[in-house]
Design a binder for this molecule. Sequence first.
Ligand code: SF4
Length: 200
Amino acid sequence: MPTPFETAWLAACADCTNCGLATQRQRVVISRGNPAARVMVIGEAPGASEDEQGLPFVGRSGRVLDGLFTSAGLDPDTDLFITNVVKCRPPENRKPTAAELRACRPWIQKQIEVVDPPLVVLVGATAVKAMLGSKQAMGSLRGVWIEEDGRSWMPIFHPSYLLRNPSRDPGKPVSLTLEDLRQVRDRLCQCEPASGAPTS
Ligand code: SF4
């Protein structure tokens, strides 16, 4: 039986040419993880590794993010559905423009509609601004649940920021992000047990 993601809209997304990023991409990077997950993870845009492999968060940043989710007791393959607000790689890894974000918006809206996650992790300021319109600094946004559109949204630091600030000391960005992801695990566990969730 076909999954919801084996549908016409998915094929249309994979062939999308709705903005100029289509001309330089290798692949449209749509998602990885579990389409039935209760937690959706939304980042900014694909980088070089993602463009090459056609999967989101598979480069250095992705490995950092996967490691933190795993440490928090969430399995990236089964507990998460992972995607970006923009599906094609911006040249030189620049931030997506407002026009590119607008052009790509229907795809992330479709993904949210199909997956219908109660919990959403927003990775970095661009994802927060694109999805919720907030322009506040990540230092004040991260770690605080935002209730909107019937879902709970958790902003976290982008892993590229964590790579530039690798200290794992308490109070530093890596440690704070782990705390944020444990909040996500705990809220998920209020609905159902997450696979591999630690008992502490
Ligand atoms: S970035 Fe989005 S809107 Fe632009 S071509 Fe890729 S899928 Fe289409």
